[in-house]
Design a protein around this ligand. Sequence first.
Ligand code: GDP
Ligand code: MG
Length: 234
Amino acid sequence: MNEENIINCKIVLLGETSVGKTSIISRYVHNTFDPNSLTTTGASYAYKIIYLEQYNKSIKFEIWDTAGQERYRALTKIFYKNASIAILCYDITKLDTFYEIKNYWFNQVKDNSPNDIIIAIAANKSDLYEIEQVNEEEARNYAKNVGAIFFTTSAMNSSGIEELFKAVGSKFIDPNFCYEDDCDDDKKVNNQNNNNENNDNNSQNENDNNYNNNFKLSNDKNINLKKKKKCCNI
Ligand code: GDP
Ligand code: MG
């Protein structure tokens, strides 16, 4: 695949400190998880290239992590600039992290990003469901009302992570894209999940200023999210 055929796509992850933003990126890009990870201390950028088989297109996700500025509400406009996708993350065990999405982060994205930005909500730490504080149904309904893609995720056990990024990538390529969780029962896409994770992505963390083009095309065959003309939610 010629590099010219790869579509660049900037993704920003937002949400309160400790909800798992950095962990989601680590899981997705490096397939690693650090249970003792400390709050991010430097601006961080990572990328991953995926191939979306049903569109015969490759996307280079340029994933931006905060450097902890979210704690002080100090993210600059540069962070949001040119973002195609915003993933708003909350921790299912901390109710306030969900309310901060509703009351703060969603508006921040709307106010600082391009109008057509794709917004997704990641209900993270789903492995801790036994101490869940946020009602999932309420969160799903909220996402639906604001036109956001919704996934429960766990950076710890990987649940929902690949699916989340595939869904936002598909929506980026095809505005009419619909995924199973997002549709009314009678509109559901037949999602044939082959669970055949087969990534040979070459990815690495980099400093924003130190970006180099030495990457290799991913051959991600695990695309099972199908295209649909109309969708109730997005
Ligand atoms: P950030 O401040 O939003 O970037 O959050 P971090 O990625 O630094 O994660 C904060 C803490 O939550 C760390 O101790 C992580 O190990 C932990 N964590 C992140 N994601 C998960 C998850 O899905 N499940 C569990 N159990 N812990 C998580
Ligand atoms: Mg972080």
